[in-house]
Design a protein around this ligand. Sequence first.
Ligand SMILES: [Zn+2]
Length: 285
Amino acid sequence: MRMPFAQPEDYAPAFAAPAQPSERALWFVFRRTDLLVPAAPAQPALPRAAHPSALGLEVAQVQYLGLLGGEHCYAAEVHSEAPPPEGWSFQGLRTLFSLFDDATLALAGRAVQIIDWDRSHRYCGACATPTVVKTTERSRECPACGIVFYPRLAPVVMCLVRRELSILLARSPRFPQSTYSALAGFVEPGETLEQCVTREVMEEVAISVTKLRYFASQPWPFPHSMMIAFHADYAGGEIRVDGVEIAEARWFSVDALPNLPGKISIARRLIESALSELRDAQIPG
Ligand SMILES: [Zn+2]
């Protein structure tokens, strides 16, 4: 199955722009976190130009992204109040899920995070000296104290616990009323992913787990997460939720499922993968 947000084979990442600029490079132009796309959404496309100035746009920063299908790609940022050029509009990435192919969407997610990182690391967080771009890798360095700043990534583990023919799903107070998903939480410094899964599940539902099995990962650019998903088996305990992080958690049988997260999410794919295994196990054999 094609993984949404995975970097496809036809993308070759790079950070050093070619010496000879392309006349028709592909531009991911952001105004804050919104991407410049044609105002008529039936025709999803990105601007192709030597530079956004061809569209009358004044850009604050430019980052080279590499090659997508052989085309040079750049991320750029305009001022937070810049109006879009005639016939174009700035749209949130979430609204573009269904309009762009996976490759373009994945690169847009990468682009928005790099732009955000670059904007927020212009000055050293330790000594406030202006940072400079390093030429050997994608990073910014403080010339005074030597600290190197890399694009931020926050690892988040996700875990789907199963017990016989049931799966443990929880509802966050932030979710729509009837949508249930797998458990998830941020990795803490010093923790392995496996320790994080065990801790999060215990903290959120008071259940202990065993037999962790890596499933898949998914970059999630809202704002800079890396989701790492696991299957796990129930080991002991009774469900108890704190009512803050988790509003409700229950065992759901494969035959009686609640509303699940959208198909683009890794949570949904993790759940579908468990359901398919449990349905196979259910067939008398
Ligand atoms: Zn410094």
